[in-house]
Design a protein around this ligand. Structure first.
Ligand SMILES: Cc1ncc(COP(=O)(O)O)c(C=O)c1O
Length: 390
């Protein structure tokens, strides 16, 4: 079979960089090579015990059946309350749509809003699924550069040039994957002004909102006139170390929530009931394990940035959130892809090319510090030795 045998919309789909590198790293490990994994964006901590236990109890209690498509009443209420508290806002359960991860909320919201040919602004470098999702729903991705000299916020000159009456939606992500950048309020205000001028929507991917190490990561939805045109996307994968449970949500105006709920009904049906029970335990239970994880990430971030900046020719900014660093390796005069391949093959260090996140990531590498410090330290030491041979 050829690609042409399939619908045009699925032909451009590619594996996400992290999964592709993980597969290559695993193949090397199968040959007996020792690999340090700095590629995958998932916390190395187990799901906190009280959350896992709630999921197990729910299975034992027979919560293994369909739920309402938009989510159970108790989880939607807990999300409205807790996610509202995190942002200083008041949400209602009918604004909340639960799904298996944050990705469905992005996909379904885009599907509900974007007509074929309409433009969608995405961050460059940015989470690779944004461009894929926009193309899948028939939209035109319009990358806007993140400025490394401005803590990886949108380059506002580029943003103002690209936003127009053709723009239906702006996707933003603070704290950011891959840069760890956090968008401050004064930049959000500028974005909000432009978005309202052209009457567009915003998907604000706030999945790393609880992983902020300095100051706060404000939500654009808090600004005047924005709540009614914003979909807040968040989830349990990162905050509660629950990547494999598949649980996330979108918070959006009720009329859009109704449409998105119908998309859930007719595609995935619903999210597993016992997973939702675990989600309620996460939101309503003890937050101290989350706080401990955050402290540990902050320590690793500080150590990782210092160790990277001690490497000749490497410059690494101090990210304010998420669990990624995005070191600048332009002084080596080679592409990010070449550098990432070289470090994997030569040094057994699996990390991602910045260009996996869009052309704006060229000249950078993405390293996840969601792994034990001993592993990170060993990985950076291996990088030092391999870079010295270039
Ligand atoms: C920016 C961003 N958004 C969304 C997701 C998807 O998260 P989930 O596991 O909730 O689908 C990720 C996961 O890596 C991410 O980095």
């Amino acid at each position: 079979m050829n690609l042409e045998d399939f619908a045009e919309r699925v032909r451009p789909l590619k594996a996400e960089g992290a999964y592709a590198v993980l597969a290559r790293a695993k193949a090397l490990e199968a040959q007996g090579r020792s690999i340090i994994h700095l590629e995958i964006g998932q916390p190395d901590f187990p799901t906190p015990a009280h959350i896992a236990e709630a999921g197990i109890q729910a299975i034992r209690a027979g919560r293994t059946r369909y739920t309402p498509p938009a989510g159970t009443a108790d989880l939607r209420a807990a999300i409205a309350e807790v996610a509202g508290k995190w942002r200083g806002m008041t949400f209602f359960p009918e604004e909340v749509i639960v799904g298996p991860g944050a990705k469905p909320a992005i996909y379904f919201a885009a599907l509900a809003l974007v007509e074929p040919g309409e433009e969608v602004i995405i961050p460059d470098p940015g989470f690779p699924s944004y461009a894929s999702i926009v193309r899948l729903v028939g939209g035109v991705p319009v990358p806007v550069r993140l400025d490394p000299d401005e803590l990886y916020n949108f380059d506002m000159q580029d943003f103002r040039q690209k936003i127009s009456h053709r723009t239906k939606l702006v996707i933003m992500n603070s704290p950011s994957n891959p840069t760890g950048g956090v968008t401050p309020l004064h930049v959000l205000e500028q974005i909000a002004t432009e978005v309202q001028r052209v009457d567009a929507w915003v998907i604000s991917d706030e999945i790393y909102c609880q992983l902020v190490y300095e100051g706060e990561a404000p939500s654009i939805a808090t600004l005047p006139g924005m709540r009614e045109r914003t979909i807040i996307v968040d989830g349990f994968s990162k905050t509660y170390s629950m990547t494999g449970w598949r649980l996330g949500f979108g918070i959006m105006p009720p009329a859009l929530a109704e449409r998105v709920g119908l998309l859930v009904t007719h595609t995935i049906g619903c999210t597993a009931d016992f997973t939702q029970a675990a989600g309620v335990a996460a939101l309503r239970g003890d937050f101290s394990t989350v706080e401990e994880m955050r402290q540990s990430f902050r320590q690793r971030r500080d150590l990782t940035v210092a160790a990277l900046n001690a490497l000749p020719g490497v410059r690494c900014a101090m990210p304010k959130g998420a669990f990624y660093v995005f070191p600048d390796i332009r002084s080596y005069g080679r592409s990010s892809r070449e550098m990432a391949d070289y470090l994997l093959e030569r040094a057994g260090v699996a990390l991602l090319a910045g260009s996996d996140f869009g052309p704006g990531g060229e000249g950078f590498l993405r390293i996840s510090y969601a792994t034990a410090w001993e592993q990170i330290r060993e990985g950076i030491e291996r990088m030092r030795q391999a870079l010295a041979q270039l």
